[in-house]
Design a protein around this ligand. Structure first.
Ligand SMILES: [Zn+2]
Length: 461
């Protein structure tokens, strides 16, 4: 009854009435189109793709020139296969050419965002306002598959309030999360093995219907519950996102809480890209808003069962178009249809984001996502890599731009030390470039694996 009131009345009144957002309108459309046959969804994608490409050609100088250089006629793109004739866009290209990529169409309303991302170089970008409403709507739907429609009681074990907000904004965020969206926010960055029981107590008091969490802190929490036999509230489902979820983690989390786990995959650039339904056959793609391709090293579609890099085309973000954008993660495309009956295609598995967890000398676990989160707020840093060279030493290498100064360096040091405490030593080194792995990938965060050669939380390559 309370869920119903929030979903039918309180939240729509806020989103549509006060904020003038079209989120609920788009959400209703998405709830319907997910059941369309695959072919009908693809026709919709092609129509939207043609509009997007025509728009880019007219209003984004960078795309227009690049396609012209490649001898591409966008009017000849009539199918999803035709899209493959367009060149891939990298994060680096977007960063270097942001101004020329930006749409010059007058009156485009947008919001501005930044990501630290997993590739090590911060990226600033714009999202057209309606596109933003559409992606919030897609997140409503995807979370809804796990029983977490907006307004249901949720606890979030998430990296919150990392850089201390001014009190007014802090209060606003708290009220917004707690009263409007009924979310109890638990800060994953503060969690350690010694205070795990405080987190369990808080879950037991709040009794959320759904627990939403970063994979790695949730794993630490589940392991403690399992090992110590702690009595824990059992949510109806658990949604995991933002960090790669491994099979062994999923098993332990499901055992410790006695609740099914739903994996989600998203990014700052696109919000929710794919999410699991209750059949757990893979992750359904947000195909009405995005075209997601999985391609091999030659840019051809990966064979069934083979992993490849993920390319995303955002069909709505006209403020700053992302066309065939290499997001820096890898996945295996799914085959066939899901038993649930949804026409949305599947990703069988998200393979990797190259980020480790750092175990600190005082027993706390620092998620790899911590570093991009801090560094995205310091524009002078172009690239970085954090390496835990010993259990008590973190070496942060930074490639910096001309605008880098001593204040940046102090701010960076202070923010990191604030979180890691004084049990670890922090070395900040300015370097010309960051070393890539043998496979040519950037590993942003590398945890200390001890004298032994391998570490279970690492991703090879
Ligand atoms: Zn399904």
């Amino acid at each position: 009854m309370i869920d119903w009131a929030y979903q039918k009345w309180i939240l729509p009144a806020f989103e549509s009435g006060i904020k003038r957002r079209k989120t609920f309108h788009h959400w209703r459309d998405l709830e319907a189109s997910q059941w369309w046959p695959r072919q009908q969804i693809e026709s919709l994608q092609v129509r939207r793709l043609r509009d997007l490409l025509t728009y880019c050609n007219a209003h984004s100088a960078w795309y227009r020139d690049r396609w012209a250089d490649h001898g591409i006629d966008v009017d000849a793109v009539w199918s999803l296969d035709d899209l493959r004739s367009l060149p891939i866009t990298t994060r680096e290209m977007i960063r270097e050419n942001a101004d020329a990529i930006r749409s010059r169409y007058p009156g485009v309303a947008f919001v501005s965002k930044a990501t630290g991302g997993s590739s090590g170089a911060p990226l600033r970008f714009l999202i057209e306002r309606d596109a933003n409403d559409r992606r919030v709507a897609a997140a409503f739907r995807g979370y809804g598959w796990a029983g977490a429609s907006p307004g249901t009681k949720q606890s979030h074990l998430w990296g919150v309030n990392l850089n201390k907000l001014p009190w007014r904004q802090h209060l606003k965020e708290c009220l917004y999360a707690r009263l409007l969206y009924r979310r109890d926010m638990l800060n994953s960055f503060e969690m350690s093995e010694s205070n795990v029981s405080d987190y369990v107590n808080r879950l037991n008091r709040y009794r959320p219907k759904v627990l939403v969490a970063y994979a790695n802190p949730l794993f630490v929490l589940a392991r403690a519950i399992d090992e110590r036999g702690l009595r824990t509230h059992r949510p109806e489902s658990i949604i995991v996102g933002s960090e790669k979820l491994y099979d062994h983690q999923r098993e332990l989390i499901e055992r410790a809480f006695g609740s099914p786990v739903f994996e989600t995959y998203g990014s700052r650039e696109f919000t929710l890209i794919a999410a699991e339904c209750d059949r757990h056959r893979g992750l359904h793609v947000t195909s009405e808003n995005l075209i997601v391709e999985i391609v091999d090293d030659h840019g051809n579609p990966s064979a069934p069962g083979e992993e490849g890099q993920i390319l995303v085309t955002d069909l709505f973000n006209t403020a700053m178009p992302f066309v065939r954008y290499a997001i820096g993660d890898r996945a295996v495309a799914g085959t066939g249809d899901c038993d649930c009956g949804r026409g949305l295609p599947l990703l069988e598995k998200i393979v990797g984001r190259q980020m480790d967890v750092l175990k600190l000398p005082d027993g706390r676990h620092l998620p790899g996502a911590f570093f991009p989160h801090i560094i995205k707020d310091i524009p002078a840093i172009r690239q970085f890599q954090a390496v835990q060279t010993r259990r008590d030493v973190i070496r942060l290498q930074v490639v910096v731009g001309d605008n880098w100064n001593a204040d940046d360096r102090d701010a960076l040091r202070q923010r990191i030390l604030h979180h890691i405490g004084d049990s670890s030593q922090l070395e900040i080194q300015q370097v010309d470039q960051i070393q890539l792995t043998a496979a040519g990938k950037m590993r942003v965060v590398i945890g200390y694996s001890g004298p032994q050669r391998s570490h279970p939380s690492r991703i090879a390559g």
